[in-house]
Design a protein around this ligand. Structure first.
Ligand code: NAI
Ligand code: MG
Length: 370
């Protein structure tokens, strides 16, 4: 008997609309398998939390997030909160979750559903069936290293400084996440860094090699220069399965990979932290890559697939429910094959549907398989 604690944070804008479609799937999975119970908590985040409590996430909501096995996050933000004090901006809720839960590993899958292969920026023969997972280190590296400054020099010239810093511990822990993921996928890992020109790159190469040897020597490990990785992603993306890399390279490579798969409304993500000492379960937050889409919110038009696929990742990576996660992804593929499209992925000759119809169609497909 497994009990999984979920905290749902729908947030603002389309966040609430797409979360409603995930809730239907949670209810179904809980009723369908008597050995699994989902304990669901809900709270506010972002502008919704600011309106109710004057801050983007309350301590009480943070305590629920800390107690949860997985946080399912919609999206935050909107014009309404453009003028609130900086520390209370909607994004502050997400940033606090990432920081306080120490979510250092950001997982960005690039999955190309066959029905959408023609919407990719690469040709169908290269991307059909593509299924890559980029693991980006999220809390260290160039974006956070000190010194970070603009220095005034003589004669009005200025010098900008960013510093790339990584410790062995920071590299080791994210490489372990990537190795764990490789084990439940195809047992293949690429590590992208620039050990030819960067000291942090040398450390990434050294630590990855050592951690692999000590922790998961059965995983096939390939070290690849980050610039070559960018090139190979365009040339032959299906050679990759899991790619682990630092914060800066991961930012760029994950956006590059994402564009092979079509719309923002299709892209899920996860952020993982350290494993719990007693249960071994990692702190985790799952969210679509997109934002609150104020231009379409409140109209029932949003594509719920990124949100639903984020929940599928929670099943796979937090709850060991890989079979159900696969079933959700297959249900999404089938619904797309059947020709249903939300506006953002609309193509000639297909049937335009809204958020609820898309969510219901995926649920029905899931009910037919499980
Ligand atoms: P956005 O991702 O919200 O929207 C960009 C474009 O993609 C819009 O045209 C939108 O309609 C469309 N889009 C996004 N998700 C969609 C979906 N599921 N289905 C159909 N169409 C979709 O980014 P934007 O417009 O730059 O930001 C809007 C608000 O969201 C801002 O307040 C921003 O700060 C916030 N934001 C929040 C994020 C988060 O909560 N993690 C991430 C990015 C932005
Ligand atoms: Mg980016």
């Amino acid at each position: 008997m497994a009990t999984h604690k979920l905290l749902l944070l729908p947030g603002d804008g389309i966040g609430t609309e797409i979360m409603a479609e995930v809730e239907k799937i949670i209810d179904f999975l809980g009723s369908q398998d008597s050995s699994v119970t989902f304990e669901v908590e809900r709270d506010l985040v972002g502008g919704a939390a600011y309106d109710a409590h004057g801050e983007a996430i309350t301590d009480a909501a943070m305590a629920k997030a800390d107690a949860a096995d997985a946080v399912i996050f919609g999206a935050v933000g909107g014009q309404k909160w453009d003028d609130v004090p900086y520390e209370h901006r909607p994004e502050a809720g997400l940033l606090r979750l990432r920081k306080d839960l120490d979510l250092f590993a950001n997982l960005r899958p690039a999955i190309c559903y066959p029905a959408l292969a023609d919407a990719s920026s690469l040709k169908r023969s290269l991307v059909e069936g593509l299924d890559i997972l980029i693991v980006r280190e999220l809390t260290g590296g160039t974006y956070f290293g000190e010194p970070k400054e603009i220095v005034d020099l003589a004669d009005g010239e200025q010098r900008g400084v960013d510093t790339t810093v990584y410790t062995t511990r920071e590299i080791d822990r994210v490489v372990r996440v990537a190795l764990d993921l490789a084990k439940v996928r195809t047992n293949k890992l690429h590590m992208a860094a620039k050990w030819n020109v960067m000291k942090t790159g040398v450390l990434w190469q050294k630590v990855t090699t050592a951690t692999h040897k000590a922790y998961a020597p059965d995983v096939e490990l390939n070290l690849i220069l980050a610039d070559n990785c960018a090139m190979q992603l365009i040339r032959n993306p299906r050679q990759f399965d899991v790619i682990v890399t630092d914060n800066l390279f991961g930012d760029i490579l994950s956006d590059e990979a994402a564009m092979m798969t079509g719309s923002l409304g299709m892209l899920p993500s996860a952020s993982l932290g350290a494993p719990d000492g007693s249960t071994g379960r990692r702190k985790a937050l799952y969210e679509p890559v997109h934002g609150s889409a104020p231009d379409i919110s409140g109209q029932g038009l949003a594509n719920p697939i990124a949100m639903i696929a984020s929940f599928a990742m929670a099943l796979r990576y937090s709850f060991g429910m890989g079979q159900q996660a696969d079933a959700i992804e297959q249900a999404i593929a089938k619904v797309l094959d059947s020709g249903l499209r939300t506006a953002d992925i609309m193509q000639d000759g297909k049937t335009k549907v809204g958020t609820e119809q898309m969510g219901t169609a995926i649920l029905q497909e899931l009910q037919a398989t499980l």
